[in-house]
Design a protein around this ligand. Sequence first.
Ligand SMILES: Cc1ncc(COP(=O)(O)O)c(C=O)c1O
Length: 392
Amino acid sequence: MSSHKFASALKADTKLAHAGRDPLAFHGFVNPPVVHASTVLYPDAKTLVTGQQTYSYARRGNPTTDALESALAEIEGAAGVKIANSGLNAIALAILSCVKAGDHILIADTAYGPTRHFADTVLPGLGVTVEYYDPSVGEEISSLFRAETTAIFTEAPGSLTFEMQDVPVLVAAARTIDATVLMDNTWASPLFCQPLSLGVDLSIQAGTKYIVGHSDVMLGTVAANERAWDKLHTLYGAMGCHAAPDDVFLGLRGLRTLSVRLERHQRNTMEILNWLDGRPEIGVLKYPALASDPGHEIWRRDFSGSSGLCAFDFVTGTSEEQAFKFLDTLTLFGLGFSWGGFESLAIPVRLKGQRTVASFDPNLQSVRLHIGLEDPEDLIKDLEQALTQAFA
Ligand SMILES: Cc1ncc(COP(=O)(O)O)c(C=O)c1O
């Protein structure tokens, strides 16, 4: 599938519009076809036994999956990309591609809950030792290295609590022991952070969120550099992984508008957080793009923008009943997991069982918001009436 001749010189927005498209290969149609397939036929027996044609069997790829993989490879600057059927599936696939029995993996304590669940329930059975590290560890990560450490899994900002991490420092330490660095980069999307350019080996997206962008498809992606690509590609094939063509197509379609959507998510989120900042019911705001955030400097250095996911603590002394009343009184914010779609969402933050290293105050009431593409004035009115009723 087409890589533009001057691809590396193109700006990100131009890549989003053009990457992975080759209209003349499909009779001039702007988008590639959605190929529903299993069997691929060969013209003759010799071609079949030598495998000398582009496609062999749909599980191994088709023009639709190729289009999204090549588009993302161009956008992420990757040696190759594989598409999984969910973000969690992409995480599992990426981790399994770089650990084996006897190995030790370090995982950020702030990683997405189901990532922890996968690590805690699957990896030990395969003989892999899992250890969580404090997201603020920095170069002290080396003190956690063992002779068997082969991978470091990071996520920045951290799920629910939004801690940033000094990824280049983790990468430099990992290189001294030839460990693979993986990063869940879903919050920033490949538009606002390019993990491979920071030295990360496997860059993961829950495509379900901003790539798809419309809350209607589950998808995951793993972009690999040269060091990590062969193992990822081989495992993907060996496990029989495959993502459905309609879903892949919607991922490709979402990619085309990623930049305009994210720009609006970012602007709306800033406006709403600035408003929340002045409210007496609200304590700490968690969003690295805010100058007050402890991770702001790292964010400024390594990221070029911020998305619509943020959190805040209510002031100390707020009860769970008040926090729930706030959530239940919202009318424009849906109560639901996931994020990255066009609509605003809210959930109560629950850290019990989700942190084993970093400390947290179990009495603090916190809320995670996903700020959607609605008019921020309406969202602010909604937040205002919910705060007023909850704290009446
Ligand atoms: C940071 C992060 N990574 C990964 C995932 C998993 O994605 P999926 O729901 O597509 O499995 C999520 C889902 O909420 C997430 O928030």
